[in-house]
Design a protein around this ligand. Structure first.
Ligand code: ATP
Length: 291
């Protein structure tokens, strides 16, 4: 096998709770993560040595600043391989949108190189390499539904939830993650998101009831500053969708739908033509339907 194509799905946060600021400058968080069908496609091809990146999105870096490049560097060095890889990233996930786009590309490169070169690296080794690259990368290795804690790099896999139909909307506003966390810190609030209860719902296989406190602690401060996002949320609620929440630190908002047709109707009539708006659904661990 000389090449492999690996799907790299985006994630949303069904819950994002901030527990406090740690001495190392990171925040202690509790996240309920969920992979969705919107995905990049990563093609990895063996070469005689060195790493090259090409991408369909010319705004992305193609050197070490690209997380996919660093993922390849880490795993090739760990496995002591003299061969290299040419990587092509078909970018479909909005960049800097709170959807873990860079992290999922990096995870796909780790998984892809592990397969392509028959490395059979132990799960703990892959997890360690992933954690070095960023807090969201360990989750992205297997995706599905998971509880992430610590700074987000510690993962407890959860049972797959029943498929949810979603609408994903990104107005293309760049929002700085450190800025969003700093605004939250300034509020000096204690989070009231009942994560333990939400986890029980998933672990016992109950249907999700959206009145139970599913929320994102960063949403209030971000929506206060970015009225366009608040407006998107209001508009969706007005259209009668069961649930709407911002993902990560924005600027993506997701709506949980009654069914896919509702999403198609909303998408067709959406007034802001410049917004990225796409139907999607939740996918299972290791995303079998995306290969
Ligand atoms: P998260 O949800 O993990 O906070 P995000 O979805 O908000 O991440 P990304 O799409 O990962 O953000 O992009 C953040 C930054 O990472 C961008 O400035 C981008 O240039 C850089 N970056 C590096 N590699 C990639 C990649 N493969 N895909 C997207 N962005 C990348």
């Amino acid at each position: 096998m000389d090449s492999i194509i690996v799907p790299a799905p985006a994630k949303i946060n069904l819950a994002l709770k901030i527990k406090g600021l740690r001495t190392d400058g990171f925040h202690e968080v509790e996240l309920i993560m969920q992979s969705i069908s919107l995905h990049d496609r990563i093609e990895i091809r063996k070469n005689k040595g060195g790493i090259s990146i090409k991408t369909s999105d010319s705004s992305l870096p193609i050197d070490r600043a690209n997380l996919a490049y660093r993922a390849a560097e880490e795993i090739l060095a760990y496995a002591n391989l003299s061969a290299g890889v040419d990587i092509y990233i078909e970018k479909n996930i909005p960049v800097a949108g709170g959807l873990a786009g860079g992290s999922t590309d990096a995870a796909a490169v780790l998984m892809g190189i592990n397969k392509l070169f028959d490395l059979s690296l132990a799960e703990e080794v892959l997890q360690d390499l992933a954690a070095k690259l960023g807090s969201d990368v360990p989750f992205c290795l297997h995706g599905g539904t998971a509880f992430a804690y610590g700074r987000g790099e510690k993962i407890r896999q959860l049972p797959d939830i029943e498929r949810l139909d979603l609408l994903i909307i990104n107005p293309g506003i760049p929002i700085s993650t450190p800025w969003a966390y700093a605004q939250y810190d300034r509020l000096g609030k204690e989070s009231s998101i009942p994560v333990e209860k939400l986890l029980k719902h998933i672990e016992t296989g109950q249907e999700i009831s959206w009145q139970e406190g599913w929320a994102n602690d960063l949403e209030e401060v971000v929506l206060e500053e970015y009225q366009e996002l608040a407006l998107i949320k209001e508009r969706l609620k007005g259209l009668g969708v069961p649930f709407v929440l911002m993902s990560g630190s924005g600027s993506t908002v997701f709506a949980v739908l009654e069914n896919q047709e509702q999403g198609e109707r909303i998408r067709a009539a959406w007034p802001e033509k410049k917004d990225f708006i796409i139907s999607a659904w939740t996918v299972k661990k290791d995303f079998p339907e995306l290969w």
